[in-house]
Design a protein around this ligand. Structure first.
Ligand SMILES: O=C(CO)[C@@H](O)[C@H](O)COP(=O)(O)O
Ligand SMILES: [Fe+2]
Length: 222
């Protein structure tokens, strides 16, 4: 497996975003955190801004919706061309219907769970999704500490992926660094979001390479 590294632009410079996007051209996807100050206590940007990011980004968009009323808003992100659109399980009453709608528009459909949300109810729904995002911090802010107690959810997901042979990506988001990425990779994650660990310091490209090497080293030894 080649580890996918998706830098989060939550840690980028919002007034020099195009330049900060070009600095992560060696990444697999760019992770775009949409927050509404309702589902989470923080506010970022909406469809107009994400549309412009889509226009200029050197890599495809991995949109993470931390918003309420997601059934209303998520399809618009698929329509503007996002490669994947991930919504929170806690924000919709019908995750399967929403995932089908996103796929019908042409996006990969992702479902995310907060640290306190169990994964068991979603295991049997895996064929409906292209990606599952296990939050490794409480959603809302970058720069928080990785929560290792979320790892059993990844182990359950990767066992189910192995059992079924489905091609579902297992993503982690929050507190991922060169020190923690190996823990998540060993538990079964294959797609890694990193904000502060990519944009801190002067060279995001070498941070991406470091993270990729650390994830792959850990995957190969397990
Ligand atoms: O969704 C979120 C936060 O809610 C993330 O995507 C953060 O942006 C990750 O930042 P770091 O923990 O890597 O600094
Ligand atoms: Fe995120």
């Amino acid at each position: 497996m080649s580890a996918r590294i998706n830098p989060s632009i939550l840690s980028a410079d919002f007034v020099n975003l195009q330049a900060d996007l070009e600095r992560i051209a060696s990444a697999d996807l760019v992770h775009v955190d949409v927050m509404d100050n309702h589902f989470v206590p923080n506010l970022t940007f909406g469809p107009q801004m994400v549309g412009r990011i889509q226009d200029v980004s050197p890599v495809p968009l991995d949109v993470h919706l931390m918003i309420s009323d997601v059934d209303r808003w998520a399809p618009g992100y698929a329509e503007l061309g996002a490669y994947s659109v991930t919504f929170h399980a806690e924000a919709t009453g019908d995750p399967v219907a929403l995932a089908r709608r996103l796929r019908s528009i042409g996006a990969r459909a992702g479902i995310a769970v907060k640290p306190g949300t169990p994964i068991e109810p979603y295991l049997e729904l895996l064929p409906e999704f292209d990606q599952v995002l296990v939050m490794t911090v409480e959603p809302g802010f970058g720069g928080q500490s990785f929560m290792p107690e979320t790892m059993p959810k990844l182990q359950a997901l990767s066992a189910e992926v192995a059992r079924t042979g489905l091609d579902v990506w297992l993503q982690v988001d929050g507190g991922i660094s060169a020190d923690t990425i190996g823990i998540a990779a060993a538990a079964g994650a294959d797609t890694f979001v990193a904000g502060s660990a990519v944009y801190s310091g002067s060279d995001p490209a070498s941070n991406i390479a470091l993270l990729r090497a650390a994830a792959e080293a850990s995957t190969h030894t397990h």
